[in-house]
Write a protein that binds this ligand. Structure first.
Ligand code: ADP
Ligand code: ZN
Ligand code: ZN
Length: 829
């Protein structure tokens, strides 16, 4: 039974986890998940119904104004998950629920003024101020005016007061108008024949004789077309005018009609159906387990709290994980279910989409932030209609309205782009997928060559079932028939000690080994990638003689160099130290900060290898929507010999002519004020090392470093995940970082640095007091500056909560306005 009241999440900045009660008027049917319009303060706002209680939470309730759309926007299962997202990530219920809404759903109403019905004289009241008179005249003359019109005529400052005065005296009325949605259906005009094609052709000579050539051409085109034609294309092709159309319509020869057109991101691309290759033994073992889980999930009706059937597929690069996903998807589809596949934004390339589209021709939907809003809108509705077996997309695709999901795949599950960093809720798409699978009984496959340390830890504890694929699949196409062989010893990267180079008198950026390798590759007409890890990079101080890095005494993370004031700063606890003049370990004076950019590398490469054709690929040069595809295509076409770039090039691209990958300084990214710096460096360097030896020409990878003994560099060079994991998990345990604790990062930013710092100190103080008063076991770290400390003109300060359950303290002390909470932050910088 539905109650007569609705608890509604409103589209207004009301803070986290708040619902508001409204009465449901008679004659309106409302279900949970329904989008509605409700009055809120003086305005009308969008809302989403969460509950239908019999009694309201407050006595004085207002009434739901209207429902939006036919039927609920969210299913009961989605609404449950939205509640979880809002509660877990401490976001507003509306912001959480709106993740499941179609593109362009969010809308705001703007005030519009109209003249009040004039009871007495049409003259202006004599006691109005000049500005009030101006605005009243404007509203009466135009019949309506928006706030921007008012601001234009009397200035921004006076506008609000003037409008309030006119409203109070009932000289104008205020209405709310909804702004245009940012995306919606596209409709186009089509022209259709009302006569037979033969009759149309017969009419052509007569029209030509009357020199009505455009009309004649239109009838000819329609006569030979299989159906109606778009007016836009007829304007273009036969220059038909609106008058021509009116005339022909009046003569009863044609009719105009409006049709919905679908914008299809894969339009114009055709895919050759590919059948599945036979699986390798390791793929077979992994697939069988997933298959059994899919069958079991289908046999028992899913219920809440269903035992998790989540897998962590740990397979080295090139072990054929994608093939396992494809097989599992085929199985899910055969069982009558559908799938969602998440891939990192950067990996959602035409090549990736093609691999899926070839196996499910016409049944793959793509959701990607680079699609136009219109394309996203159309794709969303077609998905909701059940048009696709597989939805593939970046992090937001986890909220796709894919019905009856039986399988969720998260490829490269360790990627930090799954975390929504900029907007709220700060959800992690992989963790939402885990929760979704747990609640719906869908089977989940998390795949990675370098799993998130926390994921691997969970798998070892039995929360995920671990599937290992340690061998690489090598496809040799040289012998006509592609031959498949397995490789269990992965090629290793050479680690070059830059301290030795210095001792040998080489002060340049490139070691002798790398120089010689590049020259050999160029001489053989092969290609080279020079790679620089800039992910989360900050500048740190390192001794070039012994490799020593200055660390925080309390947090054991690297200190960051600040040129302002020449200081070393811990971005977690704010410890500050002067920049050392000589190395505390070996007393060398060659201690300096590092942080070369790709531009510098490109410049030095141009000098070192004259005549080589260079191409640069990083975020600075790939701002455009498709630029990176262009750069990639040019490099693949061998229009350049050396590609200089950041981690964007480390992704699983197939570049057969590349025989040498040089990591210019493997230390960059390794030392930042972030407990995950080592993990991230390991992941990126492993990916780079995994690029070697994939083509028939083989290949070589060189890591240049000042810290050749560093565990992350060592393990990445050997492509040895376990070696890395054992060390990393031990240090996490010793220092109390996740997965042995959980973190919440609180962020504050202000144009005034002192103000921001004091505000952060105040909040940290409140947390400490409350923690001690309640006896909660939790670390309150900071306040500490963010990195970069100043972003878009605002100074950033952070407070970090670390412990078994930071939520207890977040519940106890309400997050003050202006603060941003990030639960399970991907980075602490
Ligand atoms: P991963 O996703 O683990 O990096 P891929 O799925 O991209 O690996 O596989 C690497 C290469 O091996 C691809 O070119 C793929 O087509 C090929 N491959 C994978 N499995 C097989 C198989 N069973 N038989 C033939 N080729 C395969
Ligand atoms: Zn030293
Ligand atoms: Zn510290």
């Amino acid at each position: 039974m539905n109650g007569r009241y609705a608890d509604v999440a409103v589209n207004a900045p009301v803070g986290p986890r708040r619902l508001f009660s409204y009465a449901i008027p008679d004659g309106i049917a409302v279900q949970p998940g329904q989008a509605v319009r409700v009055p809120f303060g003086p305005r009308t706002v969008q809302g989403i119904v969460f509950d239908l209680p019999d009694l309201p939470a407050v006595s004085d309730v207002r009434t739901v104004e209207a429902v939006i759309g036919s039927g609920p926007l969210l299913t009961p299962a989605q609404l449950q998950l939205a509640r979880w997202v809002a509660e877990y990530y401490r976001a507003s219920y509306f912001d959480a629920a709106a993740l499941w809404a179609h593109p362009g759903f969010r809308q705001r109403a703007r005030p519009v003024l109209t003249p009040a019905p004039q009871a007495e004289s049409p003259d202006l009241p004599p006691d109005l101020t000049d500005k009030e008179a101006v605005v009243l005249r404007l509203v009466r003359e135009r019949g309506r005016a928006g706030m921007s019109d008012v601001e234009e005529s009397v200035g921004k400052r006076a506008a609000t007061a003037v409008v309030r005065a006119l409203l109070e005296r009932e000289l104008v009325e205020r209405h709310w108008e909804w702004e245009r949605p940012s995306a919606g259906p596209r409709v186009e005009q089509f022209v259709r024949l009302l006569i037979s094609p033969e009759q149309a052709r017969d009419a052509v000579p007569g029209l030509r004789a009357r020199r009505a050539t455009r009309r004649a051409a239109l009838l000819e085109a329609l006569a030979s077309a299989p159906g109606p034609l778009a007016v836009t294309s007829m304007r273009r092709d036969v220059a038909v005018t609106a008058a021509d159309l009116t005339t022909l319509a009046a003569e009863g020869l044609i009719a105009l009609e409006t049709r919905r057109v679908v914008r299809d991101p894969l339009a114009g691309r055709s895919f050759v159906t590919q059948s599945a290759p036979p699986l390798t033994p390791a793929q077979e073992r992994a697939y069988r387990e997933v298959e059994q889980a899919l069958e079991a999930a289908n046999a028992t009706p899913p219920r809440d709290g269903h035992a998790p059937t989540a897998f962590l597929l740990h397979g080295v690069t090139g072990s054929g994980k994608t093939e396992v996903y494809l097989r599992a998807l085929e199985k899910a589809v055969a069982l009558g279910r559908k799938g969602i596949v998440l891939v990192p934004e950067i990996a959602l390339t035409p090549q990736t989409v093609q691999r899926f589209a070839e196996r499910f021709p016409g049944r793959v939907a793509v959701l990607h932030s680079a699609l136009s809003p219109g394309e996203q809108y159309d794709e969303w509705w077609r998905i909701r209609d059940g048009a696709f077996d597989v939805v593939i997309g970046s992090r937001g695709a986890i909220f796709a309205p894919q019905p009856d999901v039986g399988l969720i795949v998260v490829d490269e599950e360790h990627e930090w782009t799954y975390k929504q960093h900029d907007a709220t809720p700060h959800y992690h798409a992989r963790d939402v997928a885990v929760e979704m699978a747990r609640r719906t009984g869908a089977v989940l496959v998390l795949g990675s060559a370098t799993p998130d340390v926390a994921s691997y830890y969970r798998a070892r504890r039995g929360e995920y079932r671990l599937l290992e694929m340690p061998e690489r699949v090598i496809v040799d196409e040289s012998a006509g028939q592609p031959a498949v062989r397995l490789e269990s010893h992965l090629p290793q990267a050479e680690v070059v000690d830059l301290r030795d180079e210095l001792r040998a008198g080489n002060r340049g950026m490139f070691s002798r080994a790398l120089m010689e390798g590049v020259r050999a590759a160029l001489a053989a007409n092969e290609q080279v990638i020079l790679f620089l890890n800039r992910r989360g990079a900050s500048t740190f101080v390192q001794c070039r003689d012994c490799g020593f890095v200055l660390r925080c005494r309390r947090c054991d993370i690297a200190l960051t160099y600040h040129s302002q004031g020449e200081r070393m700063v811990c971005h977690q606890c704010n410890e500050r130290r002067p920049v050392p003049q000589f190395c505390p370990q070996c007393k060398s004076r060659r201690i300096r900060y590092l942080g070369a950019g790709t531009q510098k590398v490109a410049e030095e490469a141009a000098t070192a290898f004259p005549g080589a054709r260079l191409l640069r690929w990083d975020r600075d040069v790939t701002a455009g929507r498709r630029t990176h595809e262009v750069i990639l295509r040019r490099f693949l076409a061998h229009e350049a010999d050396i590609l200089v770039g950041t981690q964007m090039i480390a992704k699983g691209l197939h570049m057969p002519l590349v025989t040498l990958v040089g990591v210019v300084c493997a230390d960059i990214g390794l030392y930042t004020s972030d407990y995950r710096a080592g993990e991230r460096a390991f992941q990126v360097l492993s990916q780079v090392a995994g690029r070697a030896g994939r083509g028939p020409r083989g290949g070589r990878v060189v890591f240049q470093t000042y810290s050749p003994q560093n565990y992350a560099i060592q393990a990445a060079a050997r492509q040895h995940y376990m070696q890395f994991y054992e060390q990393e998990i031990e240090s996490r345990r010793a220092l109390g970082y996740p997965p042995y604790s959980r973190l919440a990062l609180l962020r504050y930013a202000h144009t005034n640095n002192e103000f921001a710092r004091d505000e952060a100190a105040r909040l940290a103080g409140d947390y400490r007091r409350e923690r001690d008063a309640r006896g909660i076991v939790l670390d309150v770290l900071g306040p500490a500056p963010g990195f970069p400390q100043r972003l878009r003109g605002r100074y950033r300060w952070h407070v970090v909560l670390r412990g078994a359950d930071p939520a207890t303290l977040l519940d106890a002390v309400a997050v003050p306005p202006g603060w941003d909470v990030d639960v399970d932050p991907a980075v602490l910088l």
